[in-house]
Design a protein around this ligand. Structure first.
Ligand code: 5AD
Length: 347
């Protein structure tokens, strides 16, 4: 099945189910997993080789109007210390990032009503004016079509909106009823229609997730064909309703990364912070499973601890600006090279 996917990258439910069963029989760590990882690197090779794109992640607000059961910055978490970055703060992050070779800035935040369309447009325009050779990615949640259009017109190039789960009833177990799956999907379609490079994605091992849910995710991803796919293990946060849940499995996350690479050979696939948080060598393991993007955190150090979606977020080493040179050295040591380009989607 793996060989067949290498030749013909298309989703077949029975095949995916069968390969996942075989992988599970070796606990996602064994010769079959290794073979899958090698296949993922093999199909990545002609498109990206061992080049890795870096994205500077700026967590610009942790206010959020939503109440997702898994997320540490949900509105009901009264213990969270809330913050917002000013335009000046954001531009300073970009400046330092730019000087360190970053050519994509990802503005990520909760769904914060303070950041009206015009405020977001001002931020995007200012970054574009100062750094015309950089790509801007927004990761700010569900908005109206007119808002998305305004961001795009202001110069935003990409938009990340994880679908979180492609199963309607699973979606309802992760989110209060005020959020709904149909609207999430509508937003993703609108973003794509506008012309954004779009990122979807899901957590691995989120509460109530079944193997069938993951297969449905793979099916959705292979049909929708996002330009980017962000996937990391679920990690409990102790001020959320899911505080006592088990974290997702690192080996399963790696296997799913590889399957996604096989299904969508050109996709931009980050080795996520959540993966690095749960596993010592998570970033390298992610790359070895087929990932080709890393998103170093370039938020100001004093607020970095406040943007906590989950417990024990990794904030040192490769995930911080001070660590970018260390990160580059680590990549080199494993045969990868960070590249100072925008790293646009190939599709
Ligand atoms: N564990 C792992 N990932 C999480 N996210 C939110 N909360 C958690 C958590 N507890 C992910 C969601 C969201 C992205 C920004 O972070 O998938 O889309």
């Amino acid at each position: 099945i793996i060989d067949e996917l290498v030749v013909n990258p298309s989703f077949n439910e029975g095949d995916i189910q069968s390969i996942l069963e075989d992988l599970r029989n070796e606990n996602y760590t064994g010769p079959l997993s290794e073979y899958l990882f090698a296949a993922a690197r093999f199909v990545r090779e002609p498109h990206y080789g061992h080049k890795v794109f870096l994205r500077g992640l700026i967590e610009f607000t942790n206010y959020c109007k939503n109440d997702c059961y898994y997320c540490g910055i949900r509105r009901s978490n009264s213990k969270a210390t809330r913050y917002r970055l000013s335009l000046e703060d954001i531009l300073l992050c970009c400046k330092i990032g730019y000087n360190n070779g970053l050519r994509t800035f990802v503005l990520q935040g909760g769904e914060d009503m303070y950041f009206t369309t015009s405020r977001v447009v001002d931020i995007v325009s200012a970054i574009k004016k100062n750094y015309p050779d950089c790509a801007i990615t927004l990761s700010i949640g569900e908005k109206d079509l007119a808002d998305y259009k305004a961001y795009f017109k202001a110069g935003a190039d990409r938009f990340l909106l994880r679908h979180e789960t492609a199963d309607y009833s699973h979606y309802a177990k992760l989110h209060p009823a005020e959020m709904n799956f149909a609207h999430r999907m509508q937003c993703l379609q609108e973003l794509k229609d506008i012309g954004f490079q779009v990122g979807a994605g899901m957590m691995i091992g989120s509460p109530y997730q079944t193997m069938n849910n993951l297969i449905t995710d793979l099916k959705f991803l292979s049909n929708f064909k996002p330009h980017m796919i962000g996937m990391g293990p679920f990690i409990p946060h102790n001020q959320t309703p899911f505080k006592d849940r088990l974290a997702g499995s690192v080996p399963l996350t790696l296997v799913i990364l590889s399957l996604v690479r096989l299904l969508l050979p050109k996709v931009l696939l980050p080795a996520t912070t959540a993966l690095a948080t749960l596993s010592e060598n998570g970033t390298i393991k992610g790359l070895e499973a087929g990932a080709n993007v890393i998103m170093p955190n370039i938020s100001p150090i004093d607020i970095r601890n406040l943007y906590t979606l989950y417990n024990n977020k990794k904030i040192t080493g490769g995930e911080s600006l001070e660590g970018i040179n260390k990160l580059k050295d680590m990549l080199n040591a494993h045969g990868y090279q960070a590249v100072a380009t925008r790293g646009d989607s190939l599709i």
